[in-house]
Design a protein around this ligand. Structure first.
Ligand SMILES: [Fe+2]
Length: 448
């Protein structure tokens, strides 16, 4: 049912990748106290204990299907750690993941260790490329959950979480205005154009794996357009708030206006009003918006992004426009990243490895700018587009229920965030959320 990679990179690199990805999940949760692991602070988040078990459950489904004679670890665990897969049997309802104290954290870690032992032995023994592909999918899945863990730990603890963060880089480039981009036919989606090896001779990681929802690459026509060279900042967004943005129906979609009123939204999530001024709370504590006015606005819904865009006399880009701005060079060649085809490094983009646990100011990553002069398209914040999350023409599902069953009522976001691992992102990556959601690291840039 799946064949995402045609050639296996070999068992040793796969085992090393397996171990490093699995290790990182446990590094993320390491500062938590045992009580933190089991609490669910909202229906949309999951307790950390559930993530570390669920990512192991995913690999157990590979063992069940492909390792002859594999004995299931525990039927109770299969029930508690299945997320939404009808094909893998009954499961606990998502909002109830925080209503159980069992399996305990200790039992969940023991399960995780058991699966790791089994998986490493299994990978060592098997040459089945379908299994190698499934392992890679399981690791990409785990990286998605690492990012979700960052969102969920922020919702759970925010600045009470005892994590060491790296110093924020300073802005070294002035990034203003919009890039004017010519329209015409373009290729949308993941293809194998461009070098398979990067300039230093290492394989280009972006050619090793892509999700089925990024394929097939196909032609689309776009009109000439302009797109912001930088993500919308906290300072820009504060002007919208000060201009009564949340009090004026004129800027909002009907559903957005209903949500503003029902939820009494007055600002992005994690913004707090203290002594007459707006403050932002994150892992580093509480800071005024004015101290962070040059940083991308984060934790806004599609409704808020769209309302701001209308207020600013602009609109959100389509995903094709976003991809054109992020991956084409002046000669019309397409690349995996705004800067070319080299694997992301710390100077290209603010991704998880940078260790900031927050956004960086606009202009902090000039090395990561696209040929059109757009900055920070990769990293910092996922960017909302107007595009509906639907299958590309010719889409073939590579794994039942992974991406294919979500093709309704969600919007596409592009570019990754400060919580996305370097290995996990590329310009064609399609993330998706509902229009009202904002607990993830979502921001935007405008188009015209
Ligand atoms: Fe999952």
């Amino acid at each position: 049912m799946v064949l995402a990679i045609k050639e296996s990179a070999g068992k040793k690199p796969l085992i090393e990748l397996y171990q490093s990805v699995r290790r990182r999940t446990m590094e993320i949760v390491a500062p938590l106290e045992v009580e933190d692991y089991v609490i669910q602070t909202a229906e949309f988040m999951s307790p950390p204990r559930w993530h570390i078990g669920h990512t192991s459950w995913f690999f157990e489904t590979v063992l069940q299907a492909h390792q002859p004679g594999y004995q299931v670890y525990s039927d109770d665990f299969l029930f508690y750690f299945n997320s939404y897969y009808e094909g893998f049997g009954a499961r606990i309802e998502r909002p109830k993941r925080g209503t159980k104290s069992r399996p305990t954290v200790k039992a969940t870690v023991a399960y995780r260790n058991h699966i790791d032992e089994q998986m490493v032995r299994f990978i060592e023994r098997t040459d089945d490329l379908t299994v190698h592909s499934l392992v890679r999918l399981g690791l990409e899945h785990e990286m998605q959950h690492q990012e979700l863990l960052v969102y969920d730990i922020k919702h759970l603890l925010c600045d009470q979480f005892d994590v060491t963060t790296a110093a924020k880089p300073v802005s070294v480039a002035t990034v203003e205005g919009m890039a004017e981009i010519e329209g015409g036919l373009m290729k949308l989606g993941y293809g194998l154009d461009g070098p398979l090896y990067q300039s230093d001779g290492r394989p280009s990681h972006s050619k090793e794996f892509a999700f089925d929802n990024e394929k097939p690459e196909h032609q689309v026509f776009i009109q000439d357009f302009a797109i912001d060279r930088a993500p919308v900042t906290n300072g820009d967004y504060l002007e919208f708030i000060r201009d009564g943005g949340y009090k004026n129906f004129h800027w909002w979609f009907s559903e957005g206006w209903e949500t503003v009123n029902r939820e009494q939204w007055q600002a992005p999530l994690y913004w707090e009003f203290h002594d007459g001024q707006w403050m932002i709370r994150d892992f580093n504590g509480l800071q005024s918006v004015s101290e962070r006015k040059y940083e991308p606005v984060c934790h806004v819904s599609f409704f808020e992004a769209s309302a701001f865009a209308k207020w600013a006399g602009k609109r959100l880009p389509t995903e094709a426009e976003w991809e054109k701005a992020a991956s084409y060079d002046a000669r019309g060649s397409k690349h995996s990243f705004p800067w070319g085809d080299d694997t992301p490094e710390l100077t290209h983009a603010n991704l998880f490895e940078n260790g900031l646990w927050t956004v960086a100011p606009v202009g902090a990553y000039p090395d990561g700018a696209s040929a059109y002069g757009c900055h920070q398209m990769i990293g910092d914040v996922w960017e909302w587009t107007t595009s509906d999350y639907v299958p590309y023409p010719g889409f073939k599902s590579e794994f039942d229920e992974y991406n294919d069953k979500w093709f309704v009522n969600q919007k596409v976001l592009r570019g990754g965030s400060f919580a996305t691992p370097q290995l996990h992102i590329r310009s064609t990556y399609r993330n998706f959320f509902h229009a009202h959601e904002r607990w993830m690291t979502s921001g935007f840039r405008c188009a015209r």
